[in-house]
Design a protein around this ligand. Structure first.
Ligand SMILES: NC(=O)c1ccc[n+]([C@@H]2O[C@H](COP(=O)([O-])OP(=O)(O)OC[C@H]3O[C@@H](n4cnc5c(N)ncnc54)[C@H](OP(=O)(O)O)[C@@H]3O)[C@@H](O)[C@H]2O)c1
Length: 382
């Protein structure tokens, strides 16, 4: 039995807690409301023509690929630690449609009402045009590739640690589509602790990330099985896979084969189904959620990945997620793999910079055969 005074204390605590929660909610709403309407970008701020123009892809509002405009913008000026690159090629990555469409969870970082940053693109390959005074590794004229943001433009600025020299046997188009997909494949396979001789399955072997994952896994000396749709089996074999499974005819989780590493680009199988085909100490790398663009399964698969990661903490087999990171050593390794012919970027289609919106529409279908490349060369011949 609680006394009257104890009851009154509990009642008072409850009353004040509810008031505090209500005030916090109202404050959060007001702050969110003000932040939403204050959120702006350089399309609003710089209405006049740029003083030193270059062509670039710009999006002033979130939305479908129709928001991507090929426009004159201010040519970037490198700071002391940056390299200015005359862009020859760039590519589209999984994150780009997300940044363009601005789903609400992403808007907390990218701008609530409008995109804060109006340029697009991460991967880059091109020629060094100028360098900042602290840059020691590159000089004007060097041919480089790596990461520059935004890269869908005639010129882009990058930090020194985001670039390496392009091997001579690799074209600008090939080099311009390596960085982000290559990092995702390489870092994911490492997360799976890949070892020579292991059996590795790549679910989603034919897209931007998958085609790198198959080749990088082979370069580690693994026995690789690629999962893809019927029309792409030859592609997966041609990049070195030892076995190919057509997902329209066969479910890899129902087979007898066990895998040391599953590099799962799709996340379309349950935790228990994937566990069944992992070896006792096997690792399932939660690399992705299927094709580019938002689709009906997007949120369900994201939740599924978190759930699998959590559940695997109670069993021997591991399900591990990761976030792709820019890493100079990894960029060097990808460069070496291309130089020695162990990895050759697979290019599905090439579009001009001015055709980026069209490229994005194709990419968002989520069934690319390798990478979608954007070339800037043509637009430079003005
Ligand atoms: N972890 C990270 O930090 C990180 C970073 C970047 C990207 N990613 C992930 O990487 C994934 C792939 O990105 P991407 O750029 O390679 O996309 P993409 O080029 O659009 O490729 C997606 C691939 O998924 C395949 N696919 C779709 N449904 C499938 C199914 N049911 N079974 C097997 N394969 C299927 C498609 O092959 P078909 O045409 O044969 O269906 C296509 O080749 C994305 O889901 C993304 O989340 C993760």
């Amino acid at each position: 039995m609680i006394s009257v005074s104890q009851f009154m204390t509990v009642k008072r605590v409850l009353k004040w807690s509810i008031r505090a929660i209500l005030v916090a909610l109202i404050l959060a709403f007001l702050v969110g409301f003000v932040a939403y309407w204050r959120s702006t970008n350089d399309c609003d701020r710089n209405a006049g023509p740029p003083a030193n123009p270059m062509k670039a892809i710009r999006f002033c509002e979130y939305g479908s690929p129709d928001v991507l405009k090929f426009e004159d913008v201010e040519k970037p000026v490198p700071n002391d630690d940056q390299v200015l690159i005359k862009v020859r090629a760039a590519s589209l990555n999984f994150i780009d449609p997300g940044v363009m469409r601005g789903p609400w969870p992403l808007r907390l970082m990218s701008g609530l009402r409008k995109p804060e940053k109006t340029g697009l693109g991460n991967d880059v390959a091109g020629q060094v045009e100028a360098v900042g005074k602290n840059v020691t590794l590159f000089k004007a004229g060097d041919e480089v590739f790596g990461v520059a943001r935004p890269s869908l433009a005639e010129y882009a600025c990058a930090r020194e640690r985001a670039l390496v020299i392009k091997p001579a046997n690799v074209t600008f188009e090939q080099a311009g589509c390596v960085a982000w997909a290559g990092f995702t494949a390489l870092q994911g396979l490492r997360k799976g602790n890949i070892q020579p001789g292991q059996k590795v399955l790549i679910n989603g072997a034919t897209g931007g990330v998958g085609t790198f994952a198959v080749q990088i896994a082979k370069s580690f000396g693994a026995e690789v099985t690629g999962v893809c749709s019927t029309g792409k089996m030859d592609l997966v074999r041609s990049i070195g896979a030892d076995h190919v499974i057509d997902y329209t005819k066969e479910d890899f989780t129902k087979g007898d084969q066990r895998y040391d590493v599953i590099f799962d680009n799709v996340g379309n199988h349950s935790f228990s189904d994937r566990r069944r085909v992992l070896t006792p100490n096997g690792v399932c790398v939660l690399a992705g959620i299927g094709g580019a663009g938002l689709h009906s399964e997007t949120w369900g698969r994201i939740v599924g990945n978190f759930k699998a990661d959590l559940l695997s903490r109670f069993v021997r087999q591991k399900f591990v997620g990761y976030v792709t990171k820019l890493d100079k050593e990894d960029l060097k390794l990808l460069s070496d793999l291309m130089q020695t012919g162990k990895v050759t970027p697979v290019i599905d289609r090439t579009y001009k910079l001015s055709e980026t919106a069209e490229a994005m529409r194709y990419f968002e279908e989520g069934h690319a055969r390798g990478k979608i490349v954007i070339t800037v060369e043509q637009d430079n011949k003005k």
